[in-house]
Design a protein around this ligand. Structure first.
Ligand code: NAD
Length: 247
């Protein structure tokens, strides 16, 4: 990234969120981290990090935080949607309406809400970058993850819709599709009665042509690129960071 940015990161306390934050701070940016659970961030000692323990679906609170950030810094350059919830692999007939709604709310509606909150400030500056963490499962599905997969497909479509809408304002919007990544979320995708470590080894790892799981740092590298001026002509695209899993 080029000049010093003010970046909002949701899912800040997650495996990928934390790596993204650490990389952005190392580059000298100011980071506003939002998450339901912020305990994982306790060891980051940096005055440029501001953490909020918040449910991103709380529209009024998120709107207020973002307004306060703009008042303090007079800029909001970027937004990274790195929050998400998983689904364990189950047949469609066992998926409850509540589970479906929860996945759609957290994995899709939250993006709509955070983008809606930051875009007025980006439009004022005629510049901005938004990155959403999707999933390679949207294009390379696994059985039993239908609701999660649908939510990630919607997140990617939303990105493309926003990219064309916001291009006149020089606001770029892109998706990253990670492959199976080494965070606590990975174990949540296994079938209810499956052995987690065995599934990681025999199913997830074996599915990656490059032969290793994606690391949070791999995702942070991709985020850094998409937020930077090096990607100034890149919008509406999906970057697969998946070791070839999508092939
Ligand atoms: N781990 C994988 O294998 C994998 C693969 C492909 C895509 N992804 C996607 O990458 C993103 C990051 O996943 P991760 O692996 O870091 O998972 P993670 O579980 O470590 O982190 C997700 C974070 O989102 C937060 N969160 C959930 N709901 C929230 C809400 N309503 N408000 C605020 N925070 C909320 C959680 O508290 C958690 O800290 C997610 O969108 C996930 O779907 C993960």
């Amino acid at each position: 990234m080029d000049d010093k940015q003010v970046v909002i990161v949701t899912g800040a306390g997650g495996g990928m969120g934390k790596a993204i934050i650490e990389q952005l701070l190392a580059q000298g940016h100011t980071v506003i981290g939002l998450d339901l659970s912020i305990t994982a961030l306790a060891d980051i000692k940096d005055d440029s990090l501001h953490i909020y323990e918040v449910n991103v679906l709380d529209e009024a609170r998120v709107k207020q935080i973002i307004q306060d950030v703009y008042t303090q810094y007079n800029r909001i350059d970027s937004l990274v949607n790195a929050l998400g919830i998983a689904q364990s692999a189950i047949p469609i007939e066992d998926v409850s309406i509540e589970q479906w709604d929860q996945l759609m709310n957290v994995n899709v509606k939250s993006i709509f809400m955070t983008v809606k909150a930051v875009v007025p400030y980006m439009k004022k500056k005629k510049k901005g970058a938004i990155v959403t963490i999707g999933s390679i499962s949207a294009v390379r599905p696994r059985p039993g993850l239908q609701a999660y997969i649908a939510s990630k497909g919607a997140a990617e479509s939303l990105t493309r819709g926003l990219a064309i809408e916001l291009a006149p304002f020089q606001i770029r919007v892109n998706t990253i599709h990670p492959g199976p990544a080494d965070t606590q979320m990975l174990s949540q995708f296994t079938a209810v009665d499956a052995d987690v470590e065995q599934t990681k080894e025999e199913v997830f790892l074996q599915s990656v042509p490059l032969g290793r799981l994606v690391t949070p740092n791999d995702i942070a590298n991709a985020v850094s690129y998409l937020l930077s001026d090096a990607a100034s002509i890149v919008t509406g695209t999906t970057l697969h960071v998946d070791g070839g899993r999508g092939l």
